[in-house]
Design a protein around this ligand. Sequence first.
Ligand code: SF4
Length: 354
Amino acid sequence: MPTAPADPADFSRRLLAWYDDHGRHDLPWKRSRDRYRIWVSEIMLQQTRVETVLDYYARFLAAFPDVHALARAEADAVLALWAGLGYYARARNLHRAAQQVVAVHGGDFPDDIDALTALPGIGRSTAAAILALSSGARHAICDGNVRRVLSRVHRVEGDPAASATQARLWRLAEAHTPDRRVDDYTQAIMDLGATVCMRRPRCALCPVRSLCAGFAAGDADAFPWPRTRRARPRRQAGFLLLRDARGRLLLERRPPAGIWGGLWCPPEVGDDILGWIRQRFGTAPACWQDEPPVLHGFTHFELEIRPRSAVLGDTYADGGAVGDQAALRWHDHEQLAGAGLPAPFRKLIDQSGG
Ligand code: SF4
């Protein structure tokens, strides 16, 4: 399918003029050329809306104002500040990357794009954005917003996940990136995708409308093509909401790899919850019951969380299973409020009385 020729120089000129008047200049990460701050914002903004990120970003930077502070932090403290944002691998990678920046690069983020992409969690587009926004170096970005804009401007056909489609979009992204004001252009095309060329495009407000093949053909919202998706498989897992007589809730630190890796969650138990409790506390719970299941979507599967709540009586012996150094810990109300719980558990626990 032929595509309309969008003149790259005209495209960037129009976009930059629009950005000067209508860009989101007040976002906190735009006031900085500091690579650490830009990097944190870029990672938080992956898969997450600006409005959601704002509070998390402020709290994260207050706790970890520079890469050294983040590198020194305990993993738990990093995850706690990420709790609710989802995609927790981002937080673990952020922490590991900070440690590498300090250990390998003396605390300075490298100028070289290959060295940046070698850090955990930094892909090609994120590295390009960090360099373009911090120093104006000419690097093309091709994140979700840019892919959506360019798919429409050029009516790019094909499964967006296919490597041929991605390669084409990267070539277009390169061709559209100007030699000057690369930092502003990078912000501008991200802003255009986030505020005008949205899932439902607002073409009447668009500064590049006259260059857009999708607009000219009247089918802009058919691009990018929907992904060829297979139905996500469903898994089931039982989780135990166990309280002691003082109302404290038992949490377990999950293994570092896998879903919610490294986070504190209610223990994942099999069907035999009585056996699980007896093995660790030498007693049966005073009472227990099944709670309604909760469905939670991950990228590649759905998880049916089957919660069971139970309460221990006055006397039990944990036999060393629970403690500060162990993977199991009792959390009182205050500790629960500060714990980095994944969103579905936070909701479940709040519903069951905090
Ligand atoms: Fe997107 Fe419409 Fe602008 Fe084309 S004209 S880039 S579809 S908002």
